[in-house]
Design a protein around this ligand. Structure first.
Ligand SMILES: Nc1ncnc2c1ncn2[C@@H]1O[C@H](COP(=O)(O)OP(=O)(O)OP(=O)(O)O)[C@@H](O)[C@H]1O
Ligand SMILES: [Mg+2]
Length: 285
């Protein structure tokens, strides 16, 4: 029903102002030394987090960067999107969280040269309740990654569409967060809360996180896409990545077939867009 209502432009200006304040605080934080751990976060669903996590990882791997893709979403879409039967896994990231570092390497699966995945499935949904009395519950992931992060040039974390314990664990472990924003007025609602969360975490836990925004599902034929791009660009400047991910059915098809766009349709515009993104990320990090 979103399409029936028009976003009030003044409300949007206010929202952008609030977000800009958060970003300026984030930018002031000092450089961290956590390695290249990048979370893909937005509590809004369906904005392209998983497609970005899968295809960015695939391109980094194609550049011979050893990459680990971590699925932190109980939906298990990263595994599914890479052709893994996540419902029949012997072990998943859920065991990693609960059982310590011992079996982490046993849980990691090799997808192709330079690309590994730490898959998830529905079991992960129980974690929040199970860890409720654990005083180290927000640092589980960062602790578990200590023993393996030297094995990888990049670790990409796909977050669920909520800001609960899993997303907090991802942010605590990360040096960079990429927030995919669907190129529509309504998407601005989506990243307000996550920026607040990032800001609060930084204040309370002294985290160093670089924040970048990525426009996704961009439709060049729609004026709305261009307006949102201009608004976000003028408000956030260098926090907005130059790369833009356009809407294309090829990306949808590749995910459904369980392969990256690089393997599915190397000459498609989806392939071009994620290639550009990977190059931009490698330049930043
Ligand atoms: N650039 C794109 N062009 C066309 N379809 C896309 C694009 N990006 C994502 N999609 C499709 O949109 C849907 C949502 O994408 P995706 O699963 O990556 O979003 P998400 O943010 O991870 O969702 P969730 O919050 O549920 O995890 C999927 O069907 C996906 O194939
Ligand atoms: Mg997803």
């Amino acid at each position: 029903m979103e399409g029936k209502k028009r976003e009030n432009p003044h409300l949007m200006e206010d929202r952008i102002r609030t977000l800009k304040d958060w970003l300026s605080q984030i930018q002031e934080s000092k450089e961290g030394k956590k390695g290249r751990i990048i979370s893909i976060c937005n509590q809004k669903g369906g904005v392209g987090k998983t497609v970005t996590a899968i295809n960015l990882s695939a391109f980094l791997a194609a550049y011979r960067q050893r990459t680990l893709l971590i699925d932190l979403d109980p939906q298990g879409h990263c595994g599914l999107g890479l052709g893994i039967d996540v419902d029949s896994l012997d072990r998943s990231i859920y065991d990693t969280f609960l059982n310590g570092t011992g079996n982490l390497t046993e849980t990691i699966l090799s997808v192709k040269p330079h690309l590994d995945i730490l898959p998830a499935n529905i079991e992960l949904a129980a974690l929040e309740t199970e860890l409720v009395n654990d005083s180290h519950r927000t640092t589980k992931l960062v602790d578990r990654l200590q023993s393996i992060k030297h094995l990888y040039e990049y670790i990409i974390i796909d977050c669920p569409p909520s800001i609960g314990l899993l997303t907090i664990n991802a942010l605590v472990a990360s040096r960079m967060v990429i927030i995919p924003i669907q190129s529509s007025f309504f998407s601005l609602h989506g990243f307000e809360r996550i920026l607040e969360t990032v800001g609060t975490l930084m204040e309370t836990l002294s985290l160093d996180i670089k924040v970048y925004l990525l426009l996704t599902l961009f439709e060049g034929r729609l004026r709305e896409s261009w307006i949102v791009r201009e608004k976000v660009k003028s408000a956030f400047g260098k926090h907005l990545l130059h790369s833009v991910i356009r809407k294309t059915t090829r990306l949808n098809e590749a995910t459904r077939r369980g392969i990256s766009i690089l393997e599915y349709e190397p000459r498609s515009m989806g392939c071009y867009d994620y290639h550009q993104l990977a190059k931009e990320i490698m330049e930043i990090e």
